[in-house]
Design a protein around this ligand. Structure first.
Ligand code: AOF
Ligand code: ZN
Length: 368
């Protein structure tokens, strides 16, 4: 491939990635994918994955081309994920592309779904279509961390959202925490709730704050489910969190009558094994993975946050830091005292953004 091609490929792929971003909230459990059909340097049509069960990106793009009286024959197709090769809720995109006869397909990354895993690319090549892979692969991966995690390690991608003072406090000693960060940071937090498959909290937070844990400030056709870690099943049946949205309560001991009453409000009580007297968190992660959860958004108190960190369940910290000092108060996470700095949980900053007057820091866990 000549150098000119490589530069064009990256430019078109970046445009496809931006389009895939636009379906951030709606595709789960499917990955966010976009497809462009380009001929002679002109964009003929584009498409992105629809809600699960709906058409994939390639089919949307081919339909748009057809709607414009165009076709993909001899064109170059850019797709941010390998076209699928299997019959899932929809037929294989690789077959749809083969029927459309493009000259070349450029793929950002392989589909980690074991049902696809390279076979989509192989099918295209077997049909005589030239395939270029690994164009903007890192950016494509960053778009779907949860889907990739679920496909490769069978558990979702989990981020811990924290709103803290500059001295790392998430509340005063008396529990007061509203509001440490400003309205812009709180609204930004709703974007992260909206993109997740489930918003997870602890029974302590439900008791203390009676939060709704729903999505506000963001328009979405696919609100995330909710989940509560509630070791002794003590949650108040009238808590605001139970608003009819699909909600899972993970507990060590269920109470059949209470569970039956909550079932009327779309709540499923799930008994989980315990470890150290509390719900075993890695078991919860595996259960969520089995139930097609890609991304978990956690907003909890320092006990559950600390327990998730201790159990190695946290992939990313999403920290909104306010320029305020609170002195004594609740720390971000209850963690045991260390004897040596070498034992510290280490992260790397992957993004820093101003959400005036606060800062948003994203930090990824190192070595999981
Ligand atoms: C594509 N293009 O836009 C997406 C793909 O049940 P289905 O038929 O919807 O298939 C879901 C699987 O398809 C999903 O697990 C992933 O492997 C792939 N996603 N593939 O060709 C797309 N979203
Ligand atoms: Zn497909």
């Amino acid at each position: 491939m000549n150098a000119r091609n490589a530069i064009d490929d990256e430019r078109w792929m970046r445009q496809a990635l931006a389009l895939a971003e636009s379906v951030m909230y709606i595709t789960a459990p499917n990955p966010r994918v976009a497809c462009l059909i380009v001929r002679d340097g002109q964009l003929l049509a584009s498409g992105a994955t629809q809600v699960a069960g709906g058409p994939h990106a390639e089919v949307m793009a081919l339909r748009q081309a057809a709607g414009r009286g165009l076709d993909a024959a001899g064109a170059t197709v850019y797709v941010t994920l390998e076209p699928c090769s299997h019959y899932g809720r929809t037929p294989p995109c690789a077959d749809a592309l083969i029927a459309a006869r493009p000259a070349r397909v450029v793929v950002a990354m392989r589909d980690p779904n074991p049902l696809v895993g390279g076979q989509g690319i192989a099918k295209l090549r077997a049909a005589g279509i030239e395939v270029t892979t690994m164009v903007c692969a890192a950016q494509a991966l960053a778009l779907n961390p949860g889907f990739v995690a679920r496909m490769t390690r069978k558990t979702p991608w989990l981020w811990l959202k924290l709103a803290a003072s500059l001295d790392g406090r998430i509340a005063l000693d008396n529990g007061q925490s509203q509001w440490i960060t400003g309205p812009a940071a709180r609204a930004d937090g709703h974007h992260w709730r909206a993109r997740s498959c489930v918003v997870l909290t602890g029974s302590g937070t439900v008791r203390a704050d009676d939060p709704q844990m729903n999505v506000r400030h963001v328009d979405t056709a696919r609100p995330p489910a909710k989940a509560i870690i509630d070791t002794r099943f003590e949650v108040d049946e009238n808590a605001r969190i139970f608003d009819g949205t699909k909600t899972w309560v993970f507990t060590k001991l269920s109470d059949k009558a209470k569970a039956a009453r909550l079932a009327d409000r779309n709540v499923q009580v799930v008994e989980m094994p315990a470890s150290g007297g509390r719900v075993d968190l890695p078991s919860v992660m595996r259960w969520l993975g089995e139930h097609e959860v890609n991304e978990v958004h956690v907003e909890a108190g320092s006990r559950l946050s600390g327990a998730l960190l201790q159990a190695q369940c946290v992939d990313e910290l999403l920290v909104y830091t306010a320029p305020v000092l609170l002195g004594p108060g609740m720390g971000m996470a209850c963690l045991p005292a260390l004897e040596d700095l070498a034992q510290a949980q280490r992260f790397e900053f992957i993004d820093t953004q101003s959400v005036a007057p606060d800062l948003r820091l994203r930090a990824r866990h190192i070595e999981r």
